[in-house]
Design a protein around this ligand. Structure first.
Ligand SMILES: [Zn+2]
Length: 131
């Protein structure tokens, strides 16, 4: 068993990516914003957007299932148009099926609104990397 102090494979996120996530979430209101996360050397460096409507969580996540296989994709990010960034039952189902690192951001979409989760829906800490 790995010691609990071991760094996760995905351990950080670029500050610019967080900024982009919050801006896109604000622009998507009252809908959710959904994207895939891409990482390089353990740091999330990019979001991949999906075309089409994002009227609710269920339809947004169905689009994720249509994604091409891309091994630099490590998980998902989505926004909640409310004050909670805790995963819903639907979210937990997706987390268990896809990727290792998932981010949920909620209103007001600022530097403290987001939380990352592992595939079991347990909160994980990501370092914000400012380049
Ligand atoms: Zn959700």
């Amino acid at each position: 068993m790995r010691p609990v102090t071991a760094r996760r494979k995905i351990w950080g996120i670029e500050a610019d990516v967080l900024k982009m996530i919050n801006e896109a979430s604000r622009e998507s209101l009252p809908n959710e914003f959904v994207a895939a996360l891409r990482a390089e050397n353990g740091v999330i460096t990019e979001i991949l957007l999906f075309p089409g409507s994002r009227s609710n969580e269920r339809s947004a996540f169905m689009q994720l299932n249509l994604m091409p296989i891309d091994f630099s994709v490590v998980g998902t990010v989505h926004s909640h148009p409310g004050p909670s960034n805790r995963p819903s039952a639907e979210d937990l189902h997706l987390f268990g099926n896809f990727g290792s690192t998932h981010i949920i951001t909620c209103l007001p979409y600022d530097w403290r609104s987001w939380q990352a989760y592992d595939r079991e829906g347990r909160p994980v800490k990501l370092e914000v990397v400012d380049l």
